[in-house]
Design a protein around this ligand. Structure first.
Ligand code: SAM
Ligand code: SF4
Length: 347
């Protein structure tokens, strides 16, 4: 693809929000016009979702996991993690604090921890719902009936990254798990009326640019409402310790491309991005993102929810994070939203 084609492709993406796989690959591979590409994503973000940034308070309520994903620090074979599980009252207490920081959504995230059975989760969701918060659940793969129970209890959104659309690669990196079942989960979540959040890791060993293009086309096909893209950061206590990991630039390119092709969705500036770059979240907000997920987990638990090394803010308090992120958002002329921040679908 020659120079002029790249600029034409950026315009095409900005105006039509449609590209072929081969066009996506060309843009993800180009470096010369990266600044123009990011600027286009930033304009589309502004036109479709505006300047407001939605803050979602993240509660990491258990780091116990029965799965064994090769990239993740919480995998069951990692004996070096101190495991914890918050009790119900502590979770509700953290959610109450989230409201006091002005957050309108909490994200309940954990490993796949069977202690939190369906009745326990339903109890937690109902109690948090009484606080007037929107709830995002991110606890992995479940049968449809379980998702349905969460939904009926009041959960609004569900986050489950596909991680990669390369089925063979997925099943190699997530031993014992099935890619088809993960897609089944995403379909159930969508059909049950949740806002569907998915996304991918960038830079996992064996992944190609073509496969990242497939990921973005998959997000579009699924009509996802939120997409989280983050660099894979190798964890020394996992089998992928010696791998290279993803770069900040490619991760933000995949994110910016997602904004161009799914213009009205919610896109977080992910924690992993800031872990690779000191201004990672602000840059992401200027390359297509419109959501930040500040941590509201308190005390020693933050250090224990260590997916990868260098995770930011593990020694900060929730109040500090609230002030810090508000300052960063205002520093780039954007505002913190006071709304729930559901997707406003454009026709
Ligand atoms: N257990 C649930 C699940 O897997 O969906 C939710 C928690 S899991 C820790 C959340 C996300 O962390 C995963 O979807 C994965 O993309 C990300 N993650 C895990 N290990 C990572 C790593 N080494 N670098 C970057 N992100 C990672
Ligand atoms: Fe468990 Fe999720 Fe980590 Fe996989 S990514 S090991 S399911 S916490």
């Amino acid at each position: 693809t020659d120079v002029c084609d790249i600029q034409t492709l950026i315009k095409k993406a900005e105006i039509t929000h449609e590209l072929t796989k081969c066009e996506i690959v060309a843009l993800l591979t180009d470096n010369q016009y990266a600044a123009e590409f990011f600027a286009a994503a930033d304009r589309v973000r502004r036109e479709y979702v505006g300047d407001e940034v939605h803050l979602r308070g993240l509660i990491e309520f258990s780091n116990i996991c029965k799965q064994n994903c090769l990239y993740c620090g919480l995998r069951r074979d990692n004996k070096k993690v101190d495991r914890y599980r918050l009790d119900i009252d502590t979770i509700i207490d953290f959610a109450g604090k989230a409201t006091s920081y002005g957050y309108r959504t909490v994200v309940l995230q954990s490993g796949e921890d069977e202690w939190f059975d369906v009745d326990t989760m339903v109890t937690i969701i109902k109690k948090i719902k009484q606080l007037g918060l929107a709830i995002t659940v991110s606890v992995g793969e479940k049968p449809r009936e379980v998702y349905q129970a969460y939904r009926e209890a009041g959960a609004d959104r569900y986050l489950l990254r596909i991680e990669t659309t390369d089925k063979e690669l997925y099943e190699k990196l997530d031993p014992g798990m099935s890619w088809d079942n993960r897609v089944r989960c995403l379909q159930d979540i969508k059909e049950l009326g949740f806002e569907l959040g998915t996304g991918c890791l960038v830079g996992i060993p064996g992944q190609t640019i073509e496969s990242l293009a497939d990921d973005i086309l998959f997000f579009k096909k699924m009509d996802a409402d939120m997409i989280g893209v983050g660099p894979f950061i190798p964890n020394p206590d996992t089998p992928l310790a010696a791998e290279a990991g993803g770069t900040f630039d490619l991760s933000t390119k995949v994110m910016a491309m997602t904004r161009l092709l799914l213009p009205d969705i919610n896109i977080p500036a992910t924690t992993a991005m800031e872990s690779l770059h000191p201004q990672g979240r602000v840059l992401a907000l200027q390359r297509g993102a419109n959501v930040v997920m500040p941590n509201v987990t308190e005390g020693e638990y933050r250090q224990m929810y260590l997916l990868y090394p260098g995770k930011i803010c593990i020694n900060d308090t929730p109040a500090h994070c609230r002030g810090c992120i508000t300052g960063k958002i205002q520093g780039i002329g954007r505002q913190v939203s006071g709304t729930y921040g559901f997707r406003q679908k454009h026709a």
